[in-house]
Design a protein around this ligand. Structure first.
Ligand code: HEM
Length: 160
């Protein structure tokens, strides 16, 4: 029973990480292409809240349920698929933390432009470029972890 509860929580966490990540990227992109500062500010405000409530909770819980599963089932953290998942997880975190900060900056810049009735500043567009550039590897690493978790290759070859 402990195994199923841990695995249930772990899979729910995985779904939240992937789903919130994809959802946030989609809504931010859709708001961005409108070019309207007020729309971008409103969407970015919600996106930042969603990241703190859903993504941050799953980010903390995922390695905890993952490591508990590792010990419960009797795997070792040095098993190839677990080891590389942990490395990729660190990569994801390293890209995701600046993304959250950028979203907050973009939210504030868009809000300021909306209040003043001004165009979106150059810095907003620079941040949007970096947000995209950091988001892609973070998301790709999560997809790769999904593969490792499901295929569980015993050797470094991804085909197992
Ligand atoms: C960060 C450290 C992590 C560790 C130590 C870890 C560990 C584990 C372990 C030991 C299992 C297998 C449980 C079993 O034998 O049934 C598992 C399954 C799974 N993990 Fe992770 N995990 C981690 C992160 C993640 C992440 C970030 C994701 C996706 C976002 C993820 C998605 C999954 C999924 C979908 C399964 C179920 C695979 C299946 O049953 O076919 N894990 N994890």
């Amino acid at each position: 029973m402990t195994y199923f509860i841990l695995k249930y929580l772990h899979v729910i966490g995985a779904v939240i990480l992937l789903g919130t990540g994809a959802g946030i990227a989609f809504f931010m992109l859709m708001a961005h292409v409108t070019g309207k500062a007020a729309t971008i500010a409103a969407v970015a405000r919600i996106v930042v809240i969603a990241d703190f409530v859903f993504t941050a909770t799953a980010v903390v819980a995922q390695p905890i349920t993952g490591l508990l599963l590792t010990w419960h089932v009797g795997y070792a953290v040095t098993d190839a698929w677990i080891f590389w998942s942990i490395v990729l997880y660190a990569v994801t975190g390293a890209f995701w933390l600046p993304v959250v900060w950028m979203q907050m900056q973009m939210r504030d810049l868009a809000q300021q432009a909306a209040t003043e009735g001004a165009d979106l500043p150059r810095r907003y567009h620079t941040l949007f470029w970096w947000w995209s550039a950091f988001g892609v590897p973070a998301f790709a690493a999560v997809l790769a972890i999904f593969w490792l978790m499901i295929a569980r290759p015993q050797a470094l070859s991804l085909l197992g």
